[in-house]
Design a protein. Structure first.
Length: 127
């Protein structure tokens, strides 16, 4: 059976518009990002985060700091880690590795886990 051209175009348009709606829905984030101060329950690391600073930082004998900003997802993973500032470039890689591997209890807003933006300062030597 051959479909009339108008009916064929209508079927194709309906199918493609359905795919477009599905694709747009996939782009919508399931949870909005909240700032640390906005959440009811703050994210907490599941275990202590230990940054292993290299010997080059230790040998200098000075206090060194690095500030990282990242998102703790509603699943407790760290994403979008950014170095805000640092006093020694040798601190960057170990700090990034430690926080990429870290797992958190997610922040909570109105009883639901949410993505939370955090900022931490790591200092060597530890105080």
């Amino acid at each position: 059976m051959k479909l009339p051209p108008l009916l064929f175009v209508l079927c194709i348009t309906t199918v493609f518009s359905s795919f477009t709606l599905i694709a747009k829905a996939a782009d919508v984030p399931l949870s909005r990002r909240f700032q640390y101060a906005e959440v009811d329950v703050k994210p907490t690391p599941k275990k202590p985060i230990r940054v292993r600073f290299p010997g080059s930082v230790r040998k200098k004998g000075e206090t060194a700091q690095i500030v990282l900003r990242f998102v703790v997802t509603s699943q407790g993973e760290t994403k979008k880690i950014v170095v805000v500032k640092f006093s020694d470039p040798d601190m960057i890689e170990p700090a990034m590795e430690a926080y990429e591997a870290a797992r958190f209890n997610p922040g909570m807003k109105d009883g639901s886990p949410v993505d939370t933006v955090m900022e931490v300062t790591e200092t060597y030597p530890s105080k």
